[in-house]
Design a protein around this ligand. Structure first.
Ligand code: COA
Length: 162
């Protein structure tokens, strides 16, 4: 066993099996299909990261949609293995995706979060995202609302001291 923090790197198609295993265990009723995930990972319009443990296991992944030249970016997905939660990995993945969106010159970044997911909602708020809309019954088959969130880019993402 090691206490070394997982390392973040760009995802490749070789990570697809591990990503899908975590996707399906994290999003039991609304997981993406393998085909959708594969298309996103290889798309030049996207930027997917994996967090890899020292033993090679997948600790987490997250994905950004941000075509070069677009002023808008979207956080597509994020999940951290339950064994690795609560140690800052979700924040690290989000911070890196927001930095990548800023590098691609996006001005604002959006995401959707289930209204019954206070952990993720709290993470996003702490990163500067604000609630801007609610999409009723967006998540099916559960009938759960989506909260649409937005953050401005252009300054380094993360906590402010003020
Ligand atoms: C949401 C998720 C990615 C967070 O990953 P994580 O590595 O545990 O998050 P972090 O350790 O970086 O914590 C970041 C913030 O999340 C919030 N948070 C984390 N664990 C929490 C808990 N148990 N209760 C309340 N808030 C919590 C806090 O705001 C925390 O910031 P803080 O540590 O400064 O207080 C993870 O819980 C997960 O994979 N959940 C299942 C999939 C999912 O819901 N994805 C989001 C879809 S929109």
């Amino acid at each position: 066993m090691t206490d070394a923090a997982p390392v973040l790197r760009a995802a490749t198609e070789a990570d697809l099996d591990a990503i899908m295993a975590l996707e399906e265990s994290s999003f039991t009723s609304d997981a993406w299909s393998r085909d959708s995930m594969q298309r996103e990972i290889v798309s030049p319009f996207c930027h997917y990261l994996v967090a890899v443990r020292a033993d090679g296991g997948l600790a987490g992944y997250a994905g950004l949609l941000c075509p070069e030249g677009s002023s808008d970016a979207d956080i597509q997905t994020i999940a951290v293995d339950p064994a690795d939660r609560g140690h800052g990995l979700g924040r690290a993945l989000m911070t890196e995706l927001m930095a990548e969106a800023a590098r691609r010159r996006a001005r604002q970044i959006f995401l959707e979060v289930r209204a019954d997911n206070p952990v993720a909602h709290g993470l996003y708020r702490s990163l500067g995202f604000d609630d801007i809309a609610v999409r009723p019954n967006y998540y099916q088959p559960d009938g759960v609302d989506a909260v649409v969130m937005r953050a401005e880019l252009g300054r380094p993402a993360g906590r402010t001291s003020a």
